[in-house]
Write a new protein. Structure first.
Length: 724
């Protein structure tokens, strides 16, 4: 309905415009006819247009009113200028019609381009949104990749540190095992269980040796008592020997004075004395050897007692520290259990329960921290996406409103241009018809002027110029003849005036009334002609005003055409800008596509690198777990050996040299045979340190020389039988 009403309004406007221009064209043709009729109205010299009607020559308005002739000439000049302007306006209208056709085509092309650009803008918006989403996803992947790289670097540092610690622990473990194997004198092919069994046997032998030491101590005390009794017996025998010697001396003196029997008794007593002296010397030698052995045993016993006292002190300190540690641990476990307990979950004050609860809490804290970090990252990501979407939607709404306003403006301008184009079509059709009529009239006029042969092959413009030149030529000739006839007429008028004056003077008063009536009648006629001329002048002025209005309308049309040219230039610049924007958007979209593809490739490469690093990290984690397992095994083995040697297994500050020295002393305390059985000469020492090699070589030499002499530990290098 709106389209039908609009179409009806448009048709009505076209009809009104056509009627207006038809009336205007008819009026112009009437003016041209009138102008040409006036222009070619010619009176020969000596003739008057009023002679045929019987009027006197003095009744000619052109001769009576020179100002009217001047106005008529001015009107004719203005009509000529208006005709030339009309031709110029016709040319301008043709150019305007051509420009309107071009503008219509350009407008259709602009509308098509506008629709195409709208579609392209929508596609660009969709592509840009997808590119922004891809950019956000790529940025999130880059953040994840950077965090993964940082975590990988941290894990690599931890793995390297763990590998270094594991290698150090492996070296310490290998060194400790080699030392233990060297001290125990077993083969290198035996495993740790065999070494533990061997150390257990050594501990059992140590316990047996402690029993033997106690037996030897009792025997030593018994020997000391026996030695004391022997010393008392020796002293008593020496006293008896001295008494016997004195008695023998007295008896010898008596025997010298006595008989032969007493001499024999003296000899017997002398022999007994010699035997007793030999027995005393033998007993003294035995006492000396027993004393030396007793001193050696006492020194060894003192050393063992000192060691036992030190071990007992260490044991008491370890027991006290272990009791304190147990008490503190129990209190700590109770406090931790009370802190970790809740109204719904009671934690028992045991190490396993507390560890399990702490492990669960650590896992929950890690999970919560991970979930919080993930939620924060998601919130940041969603915030960025929401801000980007809000900004994009705002820009899209702004662009949509601007495009809608531009579209409405273009639609209004298109509607106005269509109306102007329809009016121009109507004007063009009317002007074409007027042009054809005017051309036919000019052809007929040329035939009437006998110019048909000269203007047979001449166009519209040249025909008008030829007619105008013929008209000007005839006009000049007519004006020249009129000027000549005017001079003659002036002479005649002077003569008439002179005759009238003479007749008036001669007639006197008798003919005054008749002359005055004649003059009044002639004056009345002249007044009537002047009034008619004035009316014609007024009509000409109205026509001039109407032509000026039409000229103003033409100027308005020209201004409209100029404005349309400006609008077309603006539209062309807008189209060029849109084309440049489209090219920029196309380049940007291509760059974004290339960047997205490059990021996809980089993401694939990074995912491959991440997978490779994950495999390496898993392998390193397995190696680290293996190293930790071996470290725990080594620590358990060391704690078992320390426990078997009577050391504080819970303390990690015990150096390995103390354990090795104690094992060495324990092995050497078993005797030369056992030590020789445990220390084969052909065992290689290449894997040991030089200080251990020198210490073991010196220790072996001392053992071969001294036999069962006790091994003393050097306080400087903590090695038995060193050469410091």
């Amino acid at each position: 309905a709106a389209a039908n009403s609009k179409r009806g309004t448009h048709e009505e406007g076209r009809k009104n415009s056509r009627a207006h221009f038809v009336s205007l064209s008819l009026h112009r043709i009437f003016l041209i006819y009138k102008f040409l009729g006036t222009k070619f109205y010619y009176f020969p010299p000596g003739s008057s247009p009023y002679r045929s009607s019987g009027l006197p020559p003095a009744s000619d308005p052109l001769l009576a009113c020179p100002s009217a002739r001047g106005d008529l000439a001015a009107l004719q000049a203005k009509a000529d200028s208006l005709a030339s302007k009309l031709r110029q306006r016709q040319i301008e209208l043709d150019a305007a019609n051509d420009s309107l056709a071009r503008q219509r085509e350009e407008n259709a092309r602009l509308l098509a381009l506008n629709a195409d650009m709208a579609r392209r803008l929508d596609a660009c918006e969709v592509t840009r949104c997808s590119a922004e989403r891809n950019g956000y996803a790529v940025q999130a992947l880059q953040d994840q990749y950077r965090s993964a790289q940082e975590r990988i670097r941290e894990l690599e540092a931890r793995v390297r540190a763990g590998l270094q610690d594991g290698s150090g622990l492996e070296r310490r473990h290998a060194d400790f095992v080699n030392r233990v194997i060297y001290q125990l004198g077993v083969g290198c092919a035996e495993d740790l269980d065999g070494l533990v069994n061997k150390v257990g046997e050594l501990v059992k032998e140590n316990v047996a040796m402690k029993g033997r030491i106690h037996g030897l101590t009792d025997r030593q005390s018994q020997l000391e008592l026996d030695a004391k009794a022997n010393r008392e017996t020796i002293q008593r025998l020496l006293a008896e020997v001295s008494r016997n010697s004195s008695a023998a001396a007295a008896a010898g003196s008596h025997l010298l004075n006595g008989d032969q029997g007493a001499r024999a008794e003296a000899d017997r007593l002398r022999i007994e004395r010699d035997d007793l002296q030999k027995q005393v010397q033998l007993l003294e030698m035995r006492v000396e050897s027993g004393r030396k052995q007793l001193e050696a045993t006492r020194a060894d016993l003192q050393e063992r007692e000192a060691r036992l006292a030190r071990l007992d002190c260490e044991r008491r300190e370890a027991a006290h520290s272990s009791r304190n540690s147990e008490t503190q641990m129990h209190a700590l476990l109770e406090s931790l259990a009370s802190m970790l307990s809740s109204a719904y979950c009671r934690v028992s004050p045991t190490e396993e329960a507390v560890k399990e609860k702490v492990r669960l809490m650590c896992r929950e804290v890690k999970e919560h921290s991970a979930s919080v970090a993930a939620l924060e990252e998601r919130v940041r990501t969603l915030t960025r996406q929401f801000e980007a979407q809000f900004e994009t939607s705002r820009e899209r709404d702004f662009k949509t409103r601007r495009v809608e306003c531009d579209q409405i403006d273009l639609r209004e301008r298109l509607r106005a241009m269509e109306g102007e184009l329809a009016a121009a079509d109507v004007i063009r059709d009317g002007l074409k018809a007027d042009k054809e009529k005017f051309y036919k009239y000019m052809r007929r006029l040329a035939e009437a002027l006998k110019m048909d042969r000269a203007t047979a092959d001449v166009g519209f413009d040249l025909l008008g110029e030829g007619l105008l030149a013929r008209y000007l030529f005839t006009r000049c000739r007519a004006l020249r003849e009129q000027l000549e006839s005017k001079d003659l007429h002036m002479e005649l008028l002077r003569k008439k005036v002179a005759q009238l004056e003479a007749a008036a003077g001669a007639a006197g008063t008798t003919g005054g009334s008749g002359l005055s009536s004649y003059e009044r009648e002639r004056a009345y006629k002249l007044q009537r002609h002047l009034e008619k001329s004035q009316e014609m002048l007024d009509d000409a002025r109205q026509e001039i005003a109407r032509l000026r209005g039409q000229l103003l309308e033409c100027n308005g049309l020209k201004a409209t055409a100029i404005e349309q040219d400006r609008e077309l230039a603006c539209l062309e610049t807008t189209m060029e800008k849109l084309e440049r924007v489209r090219q920029k958007q196309a380049k940007r979209i291509a760059a974004l596509k290339a960047e997205a593809e490059a990021r996809d490739r980089d993401g694939g490469d990074r995912r491959g690198q991440t997978d490779g690093m994950s495999h390496e990290i898993r392998a390193l984690r397995r190696a680290l777990e293996e190293a930790r397992r071996r470290e725990r095994q080594l620590l358990e083995f060391r704690a078992a050996i320390a426990r078997m040697l009577g050391l504080d297994a819970a303390s990690l500050s015990i150096p390995d040299l103390d354990i090795i020295a104690r094992l060495e002393r324990l092995v050497q305390a078993q005797g030369g045979g056992a030590y020789a059985a445990f220390t084969p000469a052909e065992r290689p020492l290449g894997g040991m340190e030089p200080s251990f090699q020198s210490g073991y070589s010196s220790g072996g030499a001392g053992a071969t020389v001294r036999g069962r002499s006790p091994a003393r530990v050097c306080p400087a290098c903590r090695v038995a039988r060193c050469q410091c």
